[in-house]
Design a protein around this ligand. Sequence first.
Ligand code: AMP
Length: 176
Amino acid sequence: MNNETLLKNLRNVPDFPIPGIQFKDVSTLFKNAECLRLMVDELYDIYKDKGITKVVGIESRGFVVGAALAVKLGAGFVMCRKPGKLPAETRKETYMKEYGKDTIEIHTDAITDDDVVLLHDDLLATGGSMKAAYNLVQQFNPRKVYINFLIELTIEGLNGRSVFAPDVEISTLMKI
Ligand code: AMP
């Protein structure tokens, strides 16, 4: 799926946060009422019959559409956050980044083995951060885990999908 309205309204910021990066700024999609509704409606169409019980959003750009979609799906919303932000007991997953390590956390009581989970983030680049979130959610042994990104970057030979097993169901609204 490649929605022209979304692509037209997405802002590209060159050299942010460091020289050479073309930053896809989804804030211009979030602030636009038509785009915000389009994203939630398109995702609802994809997932409405999947029995999703929890949408897990990745901090922080995954919280916006993720929470709105959860309301429309009649699902709960779970925050996947950076270390030290969640107040109660958490499960953690540590993963390698380009420079050093990073950790993400979810509350221990946020997901059960009865849940059907949709993991959501704004953008797929190398896939490293979503793979860590996927591994973290799998620790809860849910019935099924789906993955969605608003944007899939395929430029510069990026193939973030390749870090997931072929049977993992991944959807994206825009490919760039
Ligand atoms: P990755 O783990 O490499 O797939 O990177 C994905 C995460 O980094 C997402 O949470 C994105 O928000 C952010 N990110 C990576 N590259 C970009 C980019 N070019 N524009 C906007 N966000 C990006």
